[in-house]
Design a protein around this ligand. Structure first.
Ligand code: COA
Length: 144
């Protein structure tokens, strides 16, 4: 089930964030994002009322900026990531959004494959964006 992210989900989101990223967002960053509800789209995927994944981003004019997505390590490869992105598409398509944008580490093969499986197209490269030798690849998906 995909539901709007609430502060009551914060602990579970932080736990997934910390187990998914080498440089996780801080608890404060996540909390601020949940509370900043102007033009933001923050959703969690729940199984038996437990948070097993989330997606965060916001709308800027006709663009949706996907800022964070992660699935609990015990629940990878169950199409949860894909369903979260498809959910976002269904939410923003009626809000004059015509493109979804994101950046991802060149070394993050799972995420890149996930985006490519949904039709995201590779754009530019931001050299050494995350750290020396860790470039960001820009992806976009036209939805309208
Ligand atoms: C990226 C992420 C959210 C994908 O979530 P997921 O629920 O495991 O992915 P899905 O099950 O929806 O996979 C959809 C497709 O993506 C591709 N894919 C996902 N993980 C993959 C992997 N480890 N290896 C190869 N392909 C993969 C496959 O094409 C898959 O379709 P298939 O299972 O039919 O082959 C997840 O790997 C994750 O949380 N990673 C850690 C956090 C992260 O890096 N977030 C992205 C930051 S930019």
């Amino acid at each position: 089930m995909i539901i709007s992210a609430q502060l009551s989900h914060l602990d579970e989101i932080v736990a997934i964030e910390n187990s998914s990223f080498e440089k996780p967002w801080s608890r404060k960053q996540i909390k601020d994002d949940i509370q900043a509800n102007i033009n933001s789209e923050n959703w969690v995927f729940t199984l038996d009322r437990k948070v097993v994944g989330y997606i965060f981003g916001w709308i800027s004019q006709n663009e949706f900026h996907l800022h964070n997505i992660a699935v609990h390590p015990d629940h990878l490869r169950k199409k949860i990531g894909k369903k979260l992105i498809q959910h976002i598409i269904s939410k923003v398509v009626d809000q004059k959004v015509n493109v979804i944008l994101l950046e991802v580490s060149i070394n993050n093969i799972s995420a890149r494959k996930c985006y490519q499986s949904l039709g995201f197209v590779k754009g530019g490269v931001l050299k050494d964006y995350y750290s020396k030798g860790d470039d960001a690849i820009l992806y976009n998906l036209e939805i309208n």
